[in-house]
Design a protein around this ligand. Structure first.
Ligand SMILES: Nc1nc(=O)c2c([nH]1)NC[C@@H]1CN(c3ccc(C(=O)N[C@@H](CCC(=O)O)C(=O)O)cc3)CN21
Ligand SMILES: CC(C)C(=O)C(=O)O
Ligand SMILES: [Mg+2]
Length: 283
């Protein structure tokens, strides 16, 4: 719909939204983010969003895993490279998968460097709060822009006991605020805030100087992100409360497959226009 107005897009060549331009949008218009895992989806979404997030949710949405834990660095790199190839103006951020960064800042840097070298993305995202602050700082100081992710952190599903809203109760709410502040102060250029009450979102958004991107965290945030397949009706294993459906493409796929099957069975497909050199029928 629109090419990013800020920054210096001199001449006719379109440029991607940069990390500093993204960060400078806090307090201005809301930042629009969606996940993308493939080239064709990235092509369709690119001009409508500010950021394309190659989420490790692809393990659940594309591969049918029950959690994001089995996702590998290799999978994130292949999908990340495809999304970069399919987009021109959006910033592309790739999720660091479980096990690729938690061990040490050095391990995180090695993984992040591979992601950036092999995909061409602008930044990486990793889950965690205060315990990840050193890692965020280590990467940010070495040329790896980092997006934080606090609140409902799906890679901790086994510790949390499920994909449930976080921050119910004052103690847990204070923990989430402290986590967001810690990663922002460590140098994260933005923070995803997932699955928390509006009250927490409001406090976090006011308290940190970088954009807070919400998913199930109310309109108090500086921007929103959702899984593209969720809003398009292409994923039906579960539907979090925070998802709003904007299309029912899953139904359209089924209807298309049904019509095709009917045509093949009736030999009405392929027709003359779909074949190479039809046999001349003599009347
Ligand atoms: N397709 C998809 N969309 C997502 O938003 C998403 C993923 N996959 N995979 C990674 C994580 C997992 N997420 C989830 C998964 C399930 C719920 C869910 O079912 N929530 C229920 C409440 C469950 C409870 O309280 O026990 C809800 O009603 O929102 C929420 C977030 C968010 N992320
Ligand atoms: C939705 C975003 C925040 C994410 O982490 C994912 O898709 O994996
Ligand atoms: Mg993720």
């Amino acid at each position: 719909m629109s090419v990013h107005a800020s920054g210096s897009n001199e001449g006719a060549v379109l440029k991607r939204l940069s990390v500093p331009e993204f960060a400078a949008r806090k307090g201005k218009e809301p930042l629009v983010c969606l996940t993308a895992y493939t080239m064709p989806m990235a092509q369709r979404l690119d001009s409508h969003v500010d950021l394309l997030m190659v989420g490790d949710s692809l393990g659940m949405v594309l591969y049918g895993f029950e959690t994001t834990l089995p996702v590998t660095l290799e999978m994130m790199i292949q999908h990340g490279a495809a999304v970069v190839r399919g987009s021109k103006t959006s910033m592309v951020v790739v999720d660091m998968p479980f096990g690729s960064y938690q061990e040490s800042p050095e391990q995180a840097f090695r993984s992040a460097a591979r992601i950036m070298k092999e995909t061409g993305c602008q930044a990486v995202k990793l889950e965690g709060g205060r315990e990840m602050a050193d890692t965020v700082a280590f990467l940010a100081k070495r040329g790896v822009p980092v997006m934080g992710h606090v609140g409902l952190t799906p890679q901790s599903v086994n510790t949390l006991g499920g994909f449930r809203a976080r921050g119910r109760g004052d103690q847990e709410a204070a923990t989430i605020v402290a986590d967001a502040v810690a990663v922002a102060e460590a140098g994260a250029f933005s923070v995803v805030l997932e699955g928390v009450m509006e009250q927490i979102a409001q406090v976090v958004t006011a308290r940190v100087t970088v954009p807070v991107i919400g998913i199930g965290a109310s309109a108090a945030c500086d921007g929103q992100v959702l899984v593209a397949e969720d809003i398009l009706g292409l994923f039906s294993a579960f539907k979090p409360r925070f998802v709003k459906r904007y299309a029912e493409l899953g139904n359209e796929i089924e209807e298309a497959a049904e019509r095709y099957a009917k045509d093949v069975r009736a030999r009405s497909f392929p027709g003359p226009e779909n074949i190479f050199g039809a046999i001349k029928k003599h009347g």
